[in-house]
Design a protein around this ligand. Sequence first.
Ligand code: PEP
Length: 252
Amino acid sequence: MSHRKNIVAGNWKMNKNYEEGRTLAREIVAKLKPSETLAILGAPYIHLKGVSHIISDINNLHLAAQNCHQEEGGAYTGEISTGMLRSVGCDYVILGHSERRDYFEESNQLINAKVKKTLADGMLPIFCCGEKLPVREAGDHEKLVAQQVKEGLFDLSATDFSKVVIAYEPVWAIGTGVTASPDQAQEMHAFIRSLVVDQYGEEVADATSILYGGSVKPGNAKELFSQPDVDGGLVGGASLNAADFLAIMDAM
Ligand code: PEP
């Protein structure tokens, strides 16, 4: 029996003003059922402290930032350090999201540095990987994802690696309404887990939570989450609505 955590993480991206964000967090707190499944809210930076207060009494609800800077601090105008995130109650940091990789040209090496800084400051990375459509059509999706995972994570010690949550997010499924089929998700998740077995062994691999992301909705979550290597979801659009987010939690 695996002892890995089931997780549903919302990624609010650049949505909701401060009051709207607090309202969404309150709506989720009001209806979230006690559960073994961990819920995570990935809120914009300015919302973090406010949301942290709202969720602080709920055991299975945690807070994530959507990015961080890899340096300790200093002259990096406009950036946010891991120490700042920790100080407002952040537990997780979403790193390597395809929008960061694409629009902000984040490389595997930069993401690796952010992963290490996040761990060094006592927070847990949610490490995103995934291929674009032409890569899948060329049959190179496993090769690409293997490179992202190896370069992003595989120089971590086993102790550090075991704190990482992986999110497989095929880029062609993010925000498009097109979901990977349960079989496609399972195939890639099993492949990622096999990479972890090779690098860190069965025990660590079995304890690694691998989330699926890409147009997860209340209507498709159950089938995706029922796959043996799918341990939950990273949810964008549907996490902006409390009822949808809670329904996805219920599907776990
Ligand atoms: C995401 O941004 O991580 C994501 C999966 O978005 P969506 O659920 O909207 O496809």
